[in-house]
Design a protein around this ligand. Structure first.
Ligand code: ATP
Length: 305
């Protein structure tokens, strides 16, 4: 039998035959329970054998993934591949059905997630939906210090207000501080959400489709700002989810490609992200071009499947 993972110079590429089967079928030929190695103490994220099953299907299947402090990861995959599910596990929002998850040296199941979550910056559509439309932009960012949305009676220090203002400036939206969040454009909201995710000075920053819904100018502005962040050695470890290679900011170092809940390829960007792995991931023969640190992809012929 061929190995599930073939590892070549730090990149793991998984053949299509290893893509997950429905959980019910997998249970019929149940493998012996897997034991997991101790988490790498130097990793900010260390996932081993992570499986998330719902309604008889594996949304994630046996995902192994390690992220280190100085790494900037992009997670790519088509709709429904399991990207948001993976990010939810990695951000301590979702417990896997099976597998071992270590986040910032703490194991899920053995740690109070409410103490862990402030150490993780997360920007996602589901979090954004909870931001009240009548909150000022300044308060949207400030309230992250207490991990709440909607300012109530909490007291904030001047240093918090200063940090919030500096983060809004970093993302070019400081002039909107007094505006109500509900009055912002989609591009402005996205930048405010990322500023909020950075408010607690997180050790890892996770951005789920930060450029979704942006026009060309908004996307390019965001990609440039994220590239600056990715290239800053003082910035936290970064994980960015997207469907589009055009949204990968220069400075990203690693890629994980997901299809049907399984890892197609994972490792340093130049090795994990190729025309072959991208084609396998999207089920379509694709041509991948790279210029000045930016990627473009387009169909190279007839669909492979
Ligand atoms: N609670 C649930 N029960 C059953 N299926 C679910 C549940 N939550 C998610 N799914 C399914 O799991 C799959 C993976 O969802 P997920 O949101 O992680 O994918 P994604 O890669 O982020 O997709 P997209 O790019 O469209 O946002 C989808 O097919 C989704 O319908």
């Amino acid at each position: 039998m061929s190995p599930i993972f073939s590892v070549t110079s730090g990149v793991s590429v998984v053949p299509a035959s290893a893509l997950p089967r429905p959980a019910a079928a997998a249970a019929a030929a149940a493998p012996a329970p897997r034991t997991y190695p101790e988490p790498d103490p130097d990793a900010v994220l260390d996932l081993a054998g992570v499986t998330v099953s719902r309604s008889g299907n594996d949304l994630l299947a046996e995902v192994d993934w390690q992220v280190h402090e100085d790494e900037r990861w992009v997670i790519l995959g088509p709709n429904g591949a399991g990207k948001t599910t993976l990010l939810s596990v990695a951000a301590a929002r979702l417990h896997p059905t099976r597998g071992r998850v270590a986040i910032l040296g703490e194991q899920l199941g053995k740690v109070d997630v409410f103490e862990l979550r402030p150490r993780i910056g997360l920007s996602s559509a589901s979090l954004a939906e909870r931001i009240p439309a009548d909150e000022t932009v300044a308060d949207v960012v400030l309230t992250a210090a207490y991990a709440v949305v909607g300012r109530f009676t909490e007291e904030y220090d001047a240093v918090d207000a200063t940090r919030g203002g500096a983060l809004l400036a970093q993302f070019g939206v400081e002039h909107l501080a007094a505006r109500l969040y509900g009055t912002l454009s989609e591009g402005e909201r996205k930048r405010v959400q990322i500023a909020r995710a950075l408010m607690t000075d997180p050790e890892i920053l996770m951005l789920d489709e930060p450029a979704a819904g942006l026009d060309l100018g908004g996307r390019e502005d965001l990609v440039r700002r994220l590239s600056t962040l990715a290239s800053d050695p003082a910035a936290p470890a970064l994980v960015l989810v997207t469907h589009h290679v055009e949204e990968i900011p220069p400075g990203m170092t690693h890629a994980l490609l997901l299809r049907q809940g399984a890892v197609v390829a994972s490792g340093p960007l130049a090795e994990a992200l190729t025309a072959e792995t991208l084609s396998e991931t999207f089920g379509l023969r694709l041509r991948l071009d790279q210029r000045d640190g930016r990627y473009t992809a387009r169909a190279a012929g007839n669909p492979t499947k």
